[in-house]
Design a protein around this ligand. Sequence first.
Ligand code: ADP
Ligand code: MG
Length: 740
Amino acid sequence: MRLGMKATENDIKYLPGVGPRRAEMLQKELGIRTFGDLLHLYPFRYIDRSTVVPISDIVPDMAYIQVRARVLSRELYGAKGVLWQDGPTAGDTAALPETFRFTSVKRLRVLVKDSSGILETIFFKGLKWTFEKLTPGKEFIFFGKPSIFNGHVNLVHPDIDDAPPSSGKMSAEDRKKTGFIGPVAITGIYPSTDKLKNSGITAKVMNRLQAAALNASLIDIRESLPDHILKENGLVPIHFALRNIHFPSGQDALAKARYRLKFEELFYLQLSLLKQKYIRSRDEHGIRMSKVGDAFNACYKSLPFPLTGAQKKVITEIRDDMKSGRQMNRLLQGDVGSGKTMVAVLTALIAIGNGYQACIMAPTEVLAQQHFKNISKYLAPTGVRTALLTGSSRAAERRAIHEGLEDGSIGIIVGTHALLEDNVIFRNLGLAVIDEQHRFGVEQRSRLWKKSSCGMPPHILVMTATPIPRTLAMTLYGDLDVSVIDELPPGRKPVLTMHATEGKRQALFKFMKDQIALGRQIFVVYPLIFESEKMDYRNLEQGYEQIVSAFPFPPYRTAIVHGKQSNEDKKFNMDAFAAGRADILVATSVIEVGVDVPNASVMVIESAERFGLSQLHQLRGRVGRGSEKSYCILMTGHRLSNESKRRIDLMCATENGFELAEEDMKMRGPGDLEGTQQSGLPVSLNIASLAKDGPILNDARRCAQAVLEDDPDLSSDKNALLREELRKGKYQIRDFSKIS
Ligand code: ADP
Ligand code: MG
């Protein structure tokens, strides 16, 4: 150990009880290199042995509980039933015959009783020992997790301890003997792996190591939140928090410690996100677009339908941004089919009305084409010149478009990534609408910003049809303002969602034929998982062949779309389906986003268990757009993991995308991952959970806002610590372009 070095930075191998071999294990399995790292590994669960639960209060979904009860009776079961029993149920207290052979006993059932009721405990192992210990009339502490069997609650293999005297104070010796209601009644359980356990780092050892690390280095840990923030938010100091997160002195202290640590984590995350936003809105001016303009009004007047209340509300929010003199950075969330395109069009027309150009970017060629088609329809009455630029635009066409953008004669350009190329130059780009944000990286967004030649950045409207839980939106898009279209256009019929397995294949085909006979169209979607593209493709091919042989031409017409096709083939097939020249569209999940075919009323999703909830929801959103009754059929294998089953059940139960998104996040939350944190998120949170800590996130965000309102650069003395912590870069958000 070097002189002057903080103990938190000590190599973990020097911690008593670790050594080189375990140090290597800790690093490999948990990324722990120093004392400090170890202290930041928090328990993901606690076992509370400080409270006793009355038997009548036990319900099956409780965590570990402790019961204080007297043994009533014992029953020994063999393969064929009860071998022997005692206690009141047997009428008397029979002694076990000397000759009794425990080898034939399969199970021991012990009924125990407290003043509130009777509980069953079950044992399969250590039967002789347990049997002898649990003599009727004696009182014990049973510790275990309630489960449900044959409709009643029981404890399987609970820990058994002698009950301490129930009245008066416990002697120190009693306390030691029973391990019950001691100073450390709540024990933390840490994330672990088999390898760690095999190298001797058991739960007990981990607790000992944490105690050693606390002893050695707590003194070197500095407070990481300024005083004023601790005070204003009623947070406990860091030393209290660390001591109690590892060794809670009680439930209340534990709650305070957890709140403080979660708050801190979320606070710094929000602070770093919002700081950018505050500085931007102070320093960066935006184009002031004070007018609505004739084009907007012309389009508005000729709309085939009235806007929904939600569309109107969102347009007002956007309009306020655009005329504010600051740059708009707004995220527009709206479920599939909620009418975001209309909002994009009207927003673009505001830019036009103020003498600027607008671009609308889509993630795929198919979508860009579809947007272009729809948008052109709405724009017809306005006389605004519109163009489409994608990777497959021909050279001559491209040249004309480049010219039109440079001289300003093209008002609105729709396109793909092709719009980002260096040779695309605008005369005066005033607005960029980006559809399906999650496919665009931050870096790409910033390239768009540079395309404005008027010295000010264009307004940015990001649209996403992937409903994101609010807490996640606040984190992923912390620097954006959020608008939500929370209302679907009138007349939408609910989509009936059903789950079926292979055995129902013929019934499914019959149902599809009936629907086609009614004049409807059908999507059949196969999963696409990039790691095994070849196999996916084979799946799709086989599926296609199966469909073609079950639905022969004539009269049935089946089109196919997948990633390996040329753009022309894709377009040809999509167009055929969109125009009603095909009854069935077999596709990979490329149709996930966009694609409006109101006459399609059935969505069949093959191997549905391989899709995530949000993807399933997106796919389902492709139907139910017309006036006909619509169906979504989720085909899966017979055997489903619990999680897959849950996803499928949720899909059948609700159509609300935000609800599904919340559930999805809860399912992927820390609870299921044995103490490791949410995977797939662009930030790694050590203790807070976006799924469960929404209220703390709100508190932390409000606090961060108040701090920045007052001191956007964090330049005042009292915020020096905040500045320093942010500089460590721990809270930087990773590029989320790959998140879907
Ligand atoms: P999103 O992009 O949000 O998934 P779209 O903009 O594609 O949704 O709209 C879905 C469908 O709803 C389109 O056919 C569109 O014409 C229609 N639509 C949009 N707004 C309204 C409205 N206010 N009233 C009726 N239909 C609407
Ligand atoms: Mg759309």
